[in-house]
Design a protein around this ligand. Structure first.
Ligand code: DGL
Length: 276
């Protein structure tokens, strides 16, 4: 080996990032993470065997998230985990951080602070799963950041499933979507809701429908880019900026072991995943 070769730095190992959700919603966050960390080794885990998380009791949800994460951490040894699920993050983050103190966990929690900053009418709505709207965590965010707003919490029982159906190529029922978002639109005297927080990662998948089916235009807040920036900052502290590294194509893991339907497989391929 020549001197030049011996002092050439080795290609650094790619940072391993795991993005996790109950289903396909976390792909909205994955896409943003992949833009900032294109040289990382990216993994996406959908707990489709446990979907939906929205109606689960607190105990059942924590137990499920810990069980899935136990397997993924053992299998992948991620350097950072993004819990791309409001329903899970608003409850399970302390448990995850206590179990794996060496791994940074970035959570997805309702973007109530930016919503309050953007609202002029002071009428804002939080569109989430029934689990997320019931959480103390969500009420705490409202008390801390939106004390002077009237906040309408809308726990939708069906939207996450509708988003899954859409991604898997099933027919989309616009009346059903319109019904689920309708309670977000509130009027008080001359004022009306002007900002809606997308507090479930599945919902941005249906954003085109939401815009079309809204009774009036509002600002929809999707926190995915901000979550990706937070993950990027934490990775930068440990690994430096995203840079050329040997990284495989992103891999999608479905806890059910089922093969994605053709429409979903095509969408995953477009997002850069290696074929299932
Ligand atoms: N994507 C999840 C969230 O952000 C929830 C969907 C579900 O499993 O009910 O809350």
């Amino acid at each position: 080996m020549s001197d030049a070769e011996s002092i050439r730095p080795m290609t650094p190992a790619a940072a391993k990032i795991l993005v996790f959700d109950s289903g396909l919603g976390g792909l909205t966050v994955f896409t943003e993470v992949a833009k900032l960390r294109s040289h990382a080794a990216l993994f996406y885990c959908a707990d489709d065997a446990g979907f939906p998380y929205g109606p689960l009791s607190d105990e059942a949800l924590v137990a499920r998230v810990m069980e899935v994460m136990e397997k993924r951490v053992a299998e992948l040894a991620p350097d950072l985990v993004v819990v791309a699920c409001n329903t899970a993050a608003t409850l399970a983050l302390p448990h995850l951080r206590a179990r794996w103190p060496q791994i940074p966990f970035v959570g997805t929690v309702p973007a109530i602070k930016p919503a309050a900053e953007h609202s002029r009418s002071r009428l804002i709505s939080v569109l989430a799963t029934p689990g997320t709207v019931a959480r103390d965590y969500t009420r705490g965010l409202i008390a801390s950041f939106a004390g002077d707003c009237e906040v309408t919490l809308v726990g939708s029982p069906r939207l996450a499933r509708l988003a899954e159906d859409f991604m898997r190529g099933a027919a989309v029922f616009e009346e059903a979507i319109a019904r689920e978002i309708a309670p977000c639109f509130v009027t008080r005297d001359d004022a009306r809701t002007d900002v809606v927080v997308l507090a479930c990662t599945h919902y941005p998948l249906l954003l085109d429908y939401f815009r079309r089916l809204s009774p009036w235009p509002v600002e929809w807040i999707d926190p995915a880019p901000a979550i990706a920036r937070q993950a990027d900052r934490l990775l930068a502290e440990r690994f430096g900026p995203d840079r050329e590294a040997e990284a495989p194509k992103p891999r999608a893991i479905f806890t059910s072991g089922a093969r994605p339907e053709p429409a979903l497989a095509a969408a995953l391929t477009r997002m850069g995943f290696s074929p299932a």
